[in-house]
Design a protein around this ligand. Structure first.
Ligand SMILES: [Zn+2]
Length: 231
């Protein structure tokens, strides 16, 4: 069974060891800009190297790092990016606790907001995910699915691979008859650079198990979302 999500060797520098447990609440600032939750200062990873990289970036950009507005920026940005990439310390097998069940019909968890980072530009993309699965003797606690999705999104990963990896991880850890992940994301790298399309959104879908075999089941999933007024 996979434990920690794979971290490429060149990304391992300056990353703290595995956490004892994934924090109850994700610390990614929400759309209202609410401050960090979870990682208290006592548990903060050592960020000196990351802070130095941010300091050098500021200098390269022409900022006066002694100015009052920049003095705390390296530490602040280091904490921010640590939060946005905390999925590298995620342990899916510890999150996905299961319960025995005889339910063998479709279960849908919808409207799970997520944030992720585009690996090409290091800019945020955000949106909603919808998840469905057909159990095979085991169901998963409802809150565990948003935790898995938000946790796996908190990495540098393209949206196409993100939905695939979420589906594959769920299949390995929970062994359902099948699962489906649908994500719609708006990407800052499309909004603020290049074509500058603020409203463009990308939808990606991953189907596994019975969802690949029975199109009626996938249609039922999409139907549930559309009749609930979902995107
Ligand atoms: Zn990008």
């Amino acid at each position: 069974m996979p434990t920690n999500l794979e971290l490429k060797p060149d990304m391992q520098r300056d990353i703290p060891g595995p956490m004892a447990a994934f924090p109850e609440s994700l610390t990614i600032p929400d759309a209202q800009g609410n401050p960090d939750r979870g990682w208290g200062k006592a548990h903060a990873p050592k960020n000196q190297r990351l802070e130095q990289v941010v300091r050098e970036l500021l200098i390269e950009l022409g900022a006066d790092i002694h100015d009052q507005h920049f003095r705390g920026t390296p530490a602040r940005v280091a904490r921010l990016y640590r939060d946005l990439t905390q999925g590298y310390r995620l342990k899916p097998d510890e999150i996905l606790t299961t319960f025995a069940s005889n339910h063998h019909e479709l279960i849908v968890v919808s409207d799970i907001n997520f944030y992720s980072l585009c690996p090409h530009h290091l800019l945020i993309y955000r949106g909603k995910m919808h998840f469905g699965y057909v159990p095979n003797g085991k169901i998963v606690g409802l809150s565990k699915i948003p935790r898995l999705i938000q946790g796996m999104a908190a990495r540098l990963i393209v949206q196409e691979d993100l939905v695939s990896e979420i589906a594959d991880t769920f299949m390995v850890e929970v062994n359902p008859l099948g699962c489906v992940v649908r994500a719609m994301g708006r990407h800052d790298c499309v909004a603020v650079r290049g074509v500058k399309c603020h409203e463009a959104a990308m939808t990606t879908v991953a189907l596994r198990g019975v969802f690949q075999e029975k199109s009626s089941l996938t249609e039922e999933f999409h139907q549930i979302l559309s009749t609930s007024g979902r995107p």
